[in-house]
Design a protein around this ligand. Structure first.
Ligand SMILES: [Zn+2]
Length: 158
């Protein structure tokens, strides 16, 4: 009796159901992502790069920190100061590697949420939703200036 086709069919089914599980997760995630994006927001959709996070002991390293800052058109120093303030943590940006090293254990999920908050408060134009903005410091006042629609918004300095 040749058992081979039988064995193969079981293995095949197992692999298939595993794929289906992955697909379901993927669809679920995708659904969640779409829920969070407002239907029409100014100049199309902006996607924050996923923070690449590694944790070493009590430190958390964001490997692609420079890329993230560049996408947001903000100095890494400013973005890192924001994260350190929110996490009440020390940290240092490494110019050479483009990494941010935080002296705290924090998950990539929390970092993503903080970066989303940063985008909402310090990057995105509240008038048109564009992220083509910059911050002007006038004395002690910070102004978010939109390059797309020209709107200005006073920000809370940090
Ligand atoms: Zn605008």
């Amino acid at each position: 009796m040749n058992l081979y086709p039988f064995v193969e069919s079981i293995a095949g089914d197992a692999a298939l159901s595993e794929d289906l599980e992955k697909l379901k997760d993927y669809e679920w995630l995708l659904g969640r992502v779409y829920e969070k994006i407002p239907p029409k927001s100014g100049s199309g959709t902006f996607e924050l790069p996923e923070p690449q996070v590694i944790r070493v002991g009590t430190q958390t390293i964001i490997k692609n920190f420079r890329d993230i800052s560049q996408k947001l058109k903000r100095e890494p120093d400013m973005v890192s100061r924001y994260l350190m303030k929110e996490l009440a943590s020390a940290g240092s940006y490494e110019e050479g590697s483009g990494q941010l090293v935080l002296s705290v254990k924090v998950s990539s999920k929390v970092l993503k949420q903080l970066l989303d908050m940063f985008v909402k408060s310090y990057v995105k134009c509240p008038t048109c939703g564009s992220i083509d903005t910059h911050i002007e410091k006038r004395g002690k006042v910070w102004i978010l200036v939109c390059e797309a629609c020209g709107a200005e918004q006073t920000l809370k300095p940090f």
